[in-house]
Design a protein around this ligand. Structure first.
Ligand code: S3P
Length: 440
C-alpha cells in the first residue's frame, strides 16, 4: 500500500492532456479484435484496467501490439473468430472490461473463466449474465452472481429484445457485443439514456445500428453478423479523469487550467453542467470530432461555488463523477443535494459510503441515504486532516487528493495504488500544475 499525502497548493495553472478515455479504450481493443484487418489506435489509456483488456484480447486470439506511447495496433480475427483462452482471465479491477468481455464470449462457442481483485469479486455480474443466458450462453458464478465465473458460450445464439432494468451502459454494451455474432436483430431499450460509445464505435467500424426514441425509451437495434472493418481510432482525453484537475482549478481563486482534447460526449458531461450551475467558470473551446466522438478543450478558472440540487435524471451522465462533485460541494456555499445514486453502491467500492466516511474524516457534515447524498459546504474549504480509506477505488483516491489541495490541513489516502487503473500519471500531472502530493 502506498500512502499519499496532499498538502495545500497555490492556484494551479497550465495546459495538460489527461490520459485517454477508459470506456472508449476498452471498446477500441474489443472491436479491433472482431474486425477484419488492422485497427490503429492513438491515445489509448495505458492504465491497468485497459491493459487487462488488451491481455484478455490476446488470450482470446487477437494480435495486440504496442507501437509507442498510446499507439496500439490490433489485428482482428473477424466476428465469430475468438479462440478459447488457455487459462483463467484475471481482469484485476476492471468492471467494464469484464462485463463487455462476458458479452463477447457468450456468443462464441468457447468457454472462458473470469476472476479479478477483491473489489471486482464483490461486484454484481448477474445483471449481465441474465440477458446473456437468454441469448443461449451458460454462465455459472459464485453466490450472488460474483466472480470468479465461467461463461460457456453458445454456438447457436438467439437474438433478444431486452429492456434494461438499471441505467447501465455496461449491460447495454454486453448485449450489443453478444449481438454481433448472433443472427438477426438484437435490440436493447434503455429507459434512461447512458453513454453511447459502443453504438458510436460500432457504426465507425461499419455495423448497421439504428437508434430511435420510443415511448419506452431509447431503442437500439443491431443487425447481427456484420463485417466490421479495421479502423483508425483517436481516443479523446477522458472527461472522468479531466474532472480531477478541473475541480482542483475551480477550488482556488486565481487558478487557470486548460485541459486539451477532452471527450464531450453528451452522455458524459453532466459534471460540467452541474459545476456551471454552481458558478464554476468552465469554457469549452475548439469543439471538434474524433472518430465519431465530440471533443474540445476546457479552460477552467478558480470560481466561488454555490450549492445546488443535482437531479436524479442527470446521474447516468456523471455517474463516475460524484466523488469529485462531493469534494466541490464540500467547498461550496450551502447544502448540495444529489439524488438517484443507488448505482454508486456497486462501483469499484460502495462509493456513497466511501465519500461520506472520507468527507466526515475531513470535517465536513455529510449524510448518505440509500441512494442520495447531502453535503454541507461552508463557502470555504473544510479543515482536512483526515486519512481516507480508498477501498481499491481509484476515483475515491483521486477525489480526496484534490480535496487536500484546498484544505488547511493535509489530506492523506491510505493507498494510491488503485490510481493506476485509470490515471497512471495522476500525481506527476497534478504536481506539474502546482499540486503538492507525495508519498508519506
Ligand atoms: C462504463 C459505464 C459505467 C461507468 C463505468 C464505465 C462503460 O458503468 O460507471 O466506469 O464504459 O460502459 P454502468 O454502465 O454500469 O453504470
Amino acid at each position: 500500500m502506498t500512502r499519499l499525502v496532499s498538502e495545500a497548493s497555490g492556484p494551479i495553472r497550465g495546459r495538460v492532456r489527461v490520459p485517454g478515455d477508459k470506456s472508449i479504450s476498452h471498446r477500441a481493443l474489443m472491436l479491433g479484435a472482431l474486425a477484419v484487418g488492422e485497427t490503429r489506435i492513438e491515445g489509448l489509456l495505458e492504465g491497468e484496467d485497459v491493459l487487462r483488456t488488451a491481455a484478455a484480447m490476446r488470450a482470446l486470439g487477437a494480435t495486440v501490439t504496442q507501437d509507442g506511447k498510446g499507439r496500439w495496433r490490433v489485428a482482428g480475427r473477424g466476428i465469430g473468430g475468438l479462440a478459447e483462452p488457455a487459462d483463467v482471465i484475471d481482469m484485476g479491477n476492471a468492471g467494464t472490461g469484464t462485463r463487455l468481455l462476458m458479452g463477447l464470449v457468450a456468443t462464441h462457442p468457447i468457454t472462458a473463466f473470469f476472476t479479478g481483485d477483491a473489489s471486482l469479486r464483490g461486484r454484481p455480474m448477474e445483471r449481465v449474465a441474465a440477458p446473456l443466458r437468454e441469448m443461449g450462453a451458460t454462465i455459472t458464478a459464485r453466490d450472488g452472481g460474483r466472480l470468479p465465473l465461467a461463461v460457456i458460450g453458445t454456438a447457436t445464439p438467439v437474438p433478444i429484445r431486452y429492456r434494461l432494468p438499471v441505467a447501465s451502459a455496461q449491460i447495454k454494451s454486453a448485449i450489443l457485443l453478444a449481438g454481433l455474432n448472433t443472427p438477426g436483430e438484437t435490440s436493447v431499450i434503455e429507459p434512461e439514456p447512458t453513454r453511447d460509445h459502443t453504438e458510436l464505435m460500432l457504426r465507425h467500424f461499419g455495423a448497421a445500428l439504428a437508434v430511435e426514441e420510443t415511448a419506452e425509451g431509447r431503442l437500439i437495434r443491431l443487425q447481427g453478423q456484420p463485417e466490421l472493418a479495421g479502423r483508425a481510432i483517436a481516443v479523446p482525453a477522458d472527461p472522468s479523469s479531466a474532472a480531477f484537475p478541473l475541480v482542483a482549478a475551480l477550488l482556488r481563486e486565481g487558478a487557470d487550467v486548460t485541459l486539451s482534447d477532452v471527450g464531450l460526449n453528451p452522455h458524459r458531461i453532466g459534471l460540467i453542467a452541474t459545476l456551471r450551475e454552481m458558478g464554476g467558470s468552465i469554457e469549452i473551446l475548439d469543439r471538434r470530432d474524433a472518430a465519431g466522438e465530440p471533443v474540445g478543450d476546457l479552460r477552467v478558472r478558480g470560481s466561488r461555488l454555490q450549492a445546488v440540487e443535482v437531479p436524479a435524471a442527470r446521474a447516468p451522465s456523471m455517474i463516475d463523477e460524484y466523488p469529485i462533485l462531493a469534494v466541490a460541494a464540500a467547498c461550496a456555499e450551502g447544502r448540495t443535494v444529489m439524488r438517484g445514486l443507488g448505482e454508486l453502491r456497486v462501483k469499484e467500492s460502495d462509493r456513497l459510503a466511501a465519500i461520506a466516511r472520507g468527507l466526515a474524516a475531513c470535517g465536513v457534515t455529510v449524510e448518505a441515504g440509500t441512494d442520495s447524498l447531502v453535503v454541507e459546504g461552508a463557502g470555504a474549504a473544510p479543515r482536512g486532516g483526515g486519512t481516507v480509506e480508498t477501498a481499491l477505488d481509484h476515483r475515491i483516491a483521486m477525489a480526496f487528493l484534490v480535496l487536500g489541495m484546498a484544505t488547511e490541513k493535509p489530506v492523506a489516502i491510505d493507498d494510491g495504488g488503485p490510481i493506476e487503473t485509470s490515471f497512471p500519471d495522476f500525481v506527476a500531472l497534478m504536481n506539474g500544475l502546482g499540486a503538492r502530493i507525495a508519498a508519506g
